[in-house]
Design a protein. Sequence first.
Lengths: 313, 520
Amino acid sequence: MLTFILKRLGFALITLICVLTLVFLVVRILPGDPALVILGDQASPDSVAALRDRLGLNDPILVQYASFLGRALQGDLGNSMVTGRPVTSEILNVLPYTLELTFAALVLGTVLGVPAGVWAAVRRNRIPDYLMRLVSLIGLSLPAFVAAIILMMVFAIHFGWFPVISAGNAETLTERLRQMALPTLALALIMMAYITRVTRSAMLEVLSQDFVRTARAKGVSPSRVVWTHALGNCLIPITTVVGLYLGILIGNSVLTEIVFSRPGLGKLILTALTQRDYTLLQGMIVVYTLMVVVVNLATDLTYGLLDPRIQYK
Amino acid sequence: MITKLMRTGLAAGLLAATALTAVPALAQQTTLTLGADAADIGSLDPHFASSTSDRTLAAWVFGGLVRFQPGSTDPAGIEPDLAESWESTDDKLEWTFHLRQGVQWQGGYGEVTADDVVFSIEKAMNPDTSAFSGDYAAVDSVEAVDPYTVKVTLKNQIPSVLGILANYAGGFIVSKAAYEERGESFARNPIGFGPFELDSVEPGVSATFKGHADYFRGAPQLESVVYRFLTSSSARDLAFVSGEIDASKGLADKQWLARSSAIEGAAVDIFDPAELSLLNINVTQAPFDDIKVRQAVAHAVNPDIFVQYRGPEFTRPGKSVIPSNNLGFSEDVGMYEYDPEASKALLEEAGYGDGLTVKMLASQLNSLESNALLLQSLFEEAGITLELEPVEHATWHQMIRQDLSPLVQYGAARFPVADVYLTQFFHSDSAIGAPGQVTNFSHCSVADDQIEAARVETDPVKQLALWKEAQELIVKEVCAVPMAEVAQVWVRKAALDWGYELKGAMSLGPVVTEATHFTE
């Protein structure tokens, strides 16, 4: 087990260095000059030249690369070119927002999605099944920001139950939860749609297997057959989807963040990209890579917990 | 793209919602919450504040030797700020400013003195510590005669000495002690002598300012101003409708204006500077090196189309190659009439009787994209096929600075004295590829003599005549074709009184002053 984890972490380090190199090159191949973006179109040519010099953009590319990689491996991601704040603190400032939203959506999506999928499978080709399939289809096909705006129009504007701006200055826990409710729901709807569909198809397959028939023949109660015997055997595909989707959710919450005016990693990377903030972009890619690696590793380890037959070598 | 989709999707729904929701009754309020089109603070070092949002904030925190009257961008109305009075020698090369006594810095940094002024102007002149160093090329020296007197000496005359010392760009005065103490972090912890000081920043969420109790014009009526970062225009609109923000940056768009004006208890401010959009034509690249082709383009553009499309409330047809609020602007510069038939005839003469196909790089920024599409349809009528090559905005900025597009549609507002716009867009020193490259995309050089002569002309009448001549020459040569000017637009609760009539703001957003308050 320990060897497995160490080996995976070793691979992760190699992946990380490759990604770092790629990102370093890509942001520099991108057209668009950070000095011009930072100083604006009225800046004097002297000021632009001076800033390029200060940012180290005039150094040979190999020198820039070596200094970037060297510092990155020591955990120093440098300072944002635009705000001058350390990249690490820029990221840590918004990370809690992203994590709280992602995990809240994940939990809500799973809690709603798994039972819905099971229910649909058990009542296959009957009204609950059609209903669940329709709902999940809507969840999958409705773009995140449309769902977000509809939620906002109905619950924030029409009923006034929740604030439009979902961030900042929450003094009490209730207020914080009120702020988080709509964005969480918007993301959880998509999450739930995925999980419902995966659970449903996995359950359909398992329910037609011999051991289920045997269990029923032995007189095990129907709910025990469904919720313990069958669902237990569906957890691997469900975990895979949750794990995969968690990575996607962290990266793709940008539209939700924009609509609900929340800070977050998605919005930060979008800003970094439009401003050609090389250092911030690089730093964020490092963090993304790390998160994907960690989530994948956690998913793999969960398999072992769910299925004792899985051995880590 | 994203915001455009959201806007389209939202338009209908928002109308319904505004009808359903009454704006809640307002209590007497001392906190002002504004919605900004920005993701975060960039730099609050005023000499590096270049984005619309940073410029807006710098004007609350800092002041200059002199200032534009609140609500105005008229350089003729510049009035005392830190300096109580000033005089210049007859040759206009030596300027002496007498400072107000007892003006206090924010954060307990003591009194503002001549040393701070000297330090600030020298900082603004230095390309290492200022983005606007180019504006101060004519300044020879700045010295503190005594703690309340500053002498500025110029190498040569410039059109607006007060302009570069006003509360705008490099003219803002910073606290020498605070800057030396804080170094680069001054950009995040600024100290000025303006009516509001930075209290705290929650990255990506908001910046909070509190009233500067010792402000020399009196303590501000508002206790604090919360500046919320709301990058999505629909989120700003909804937050305004729900009463979570008191004022917000709007969109120069007909539908937006209709929606916002319909909100009960809301007022819309439309103010200068209007950004003038020009179609710059590279006179050195084929087929535009032929003046007949450029004239054909000039006859093809109908400025009124842009006005109709965006809305006449905040759009004016372009009448010259510089913005209409500029000192030196002239409406009578011999613009080519809109006449697509004349375009076709000119193209025929130039040897393009079968039609002409030209390419233009187009930024994907909303406003630029819609203008480009309007141009495309206007060109079509005149027998010119305009092929648009859409690119991302920052990429576009770089590509047009490499002469990669013979046609460049560019919107800009500048310090409102003709010299600035004419120099940056039409003087050969500013041409793309020249050492002093700014934004002369057309490689225009026909008016160099007039621009230079006007810059040092002491007789205002002669100066105006030179600027008019320069505009005529540029129009005649078709270095650029004026499209339209679009003003700034904000929506606010009617109960919010800025403390002045908002007709203009050099900082591109409302200046919150000591007099800003709520009437309910």
